[in-house]
Design a protein around this ligand. Structure first.
Ligand code: ARG
Length: 459
């Protein structure tokens, strides 16, 4: 039965129903819809808007519906949307009392409330997934403390670093995401219920009662805004998009570092795939898939922003399009975070390859220039002399590591015998002790700091 059929002589066309119905996807909202109705009914009874007896019958009825759905005894089908489904079912179970549930309420404030409750829970789940991946990154960083890896700019070898520094960098990104998700959750936690269709209601409702029962921080201040605001959906999708951007960058580094060409990391067989034709292949499919799925989450953000941009006050049916993208983004971002956290545990370091690479392609050249500058040579001059040393090495097929101190001195007398110890990957990495730098001492300190900051978000 349609909730609004009184006004109509004839039924809607089958295809019009198929086109407009949201039940196939908004059935996911059944639990929050019932929670919000329980609070609404209790408030109606408490305020004397409906008899207390009826309110009790409604609540018992709603609870029996919830129990039956939960146990798989009641299939959610045969209605326009989840709100109609629950109300029809209630009336068929308790009769006329059920018809009083929708007093002082519209589906407009109902759906806005349901969806906020849902998205609030989604923010909490996302926080948990973020905590999971940060823990996995911290484990990897701790393992990486003892290894050295080349750092890159422009995807050319730049300077040696402690390998843990790479994983700590990603923890910083996900910690910012966690902070953003918590702030978004707080902004989302405002209750539209009581806004009615658009302009509030003439019944003596008490919005503080429903607010407290549903654990919202406060009722919204403006009914027009209350029914039509979907900023909280946009915020979820943005937060998810940025998380996907960070995941995608991590994937890209993992894909590069596990190539034969780089060979710094190895993904265990359990998280790798092969080729149907090339027997030698071991592919990083999971990382590639996560990188690829970033696109659909960005797409959902764009979709929602486009939906809300042209909407006149207040509720318009366009807003029904806010759900599927959110559901898909939620599933995608959590799946990606969780599988990445799992896969990180299955990634191992290849320390010899990393150490060797840290001394190749003149990765220690900055340290040669810094050595000179620390002895009083102006940095710009030191840079130029080191550039000449690099050129000489290239022309003579030599490295900064196999040059003798005497050979260094042919470029500038400032070089002492200790220069041959300076140009070691490990020494270069561990010399970077400036706050936030890539020395192993800093990496250890940052791990401590990450763990401490993470604790703030664990209740
Ligand atoms: N299925 C609708 C939605 O998701 C529920 C609200 C319907 N309100 C209305 N005035 N038709 O937006």
């Amino acid at each position: 039965m349609k909730l609004w059929e009184g006004r109509f002589d004839n039924p809607t066309a089958k295809n019009a129903d198929l086109f407009g119905d949201s039940l196939p996807f908004d059935k996911q909202l059944w639990a929050v819809d019932i929670s919000a109705s329980l609070a609404h009914a209790a408030m109606l009874g408490h305020c004397g808007i409906i008899p207390m007896d009826d309110a009790k019958k409604i609540c018992d009825g709603l609870e029996s519906i919830a129990a039956d759905i939960e146990q798989g005894k009641l299939e959610i089908v045969g209605a326009e949307d989840i709100h109609s489904f629950v109300e029809n079912e209630l009336v068929s179970r308790i009769g006329d009392a059920g018809k009083k549930l929708h007093t002082a309420r519209s589906r407009n404030d109902q759906v806005a409330t349901d969806f906020r409750l849902y998205v609030r829970g989604a923010f909490d789940n996302l926080s948990e997934s973020l905590i999971g991946i940060i823990n996995a990154l911290v484990d990897k960083a701790s393992e990486g403390v003892k290894y050295v890896i080349p750092g890159y700019t422009h995807l050319r070898k730049a300077q040696p670093m402690c390998a843990g520094h790479v994983f700590n960098a990603y923890s910083e990104m996900f910690l910012r995401d966690l902070d953003r998700v918590c702030a978004s959750r707080e902004r989302a936690n405002v209750m539209p219920l009581g806004s009615g269709a658009l302009a509030g209601t003439s019944y003596p409702i008490d919005r503080d009662i429903t607010c407290e029962m549903l654990d919202f921080d406060r009722p919204c201040e403006n009914s027009l805004d209350g029914v039509s605001d979907r900023d909280f959906v946009a915020e979820y999708l943005f937060d998810a998009s940025l998380i996907m951007a960070h995941l995608s960058r991590l994937c890209e580094d993992i894909i590069l570092y596990t190539t034969e060409e780089f060979g710094y990391l190895e993904i265990s067989d359990a998280y790798s795939t092969g080729s149907s034709i090339m027997p030698q292949k071991k592919n990083p499919d999971i990382a590639e898939l996560i990188r690829g799925k970033t696109g659909r989450v960005y797409g959902h953000l764009m979709g929602l922003l486009t939906i809300i941009k042209g909407i006149p006050l207040a509720y318009n049916k366009d807003l029904q399009e806010d759900k599927e993208g959110l559901f898909d983004a939620e599933k995608t971002v959590n799946n990606c975070l969780n599988i990445m956290a799992e896969m990180l545990g299955a990634i191992s370091f290849k320390p010899k390859k990393m150490a060797k690479a840290s001394e190749m392609e003149f990765c220690c050249a900055t340290d040669v220039a810094d050595y000179m500058a620390k002895k009083g040579v102006p940095f710009r001059t030191a840079h130029s002399v080191t550039g000449k040393i690099v050129r000489w090495c290239i022309e003579n097929n030599r490295t900064l590591q196999n040059m003798t101190a005497d050979e260094y001195r042919t470029f500038d007398p400032v070089f002492g015998d200790d220069i041959t110890q300076i140009v070691k990957g490990r020494a270069c990495a561990d010399a970077r002790t400036s706050y936030g730098g890539a020395s192993s001492a800093n990496v250890k300190a940052e791990i401590k700091s990450i763990k401490k900051r993470l604790k703030q978000y664990i209740w």
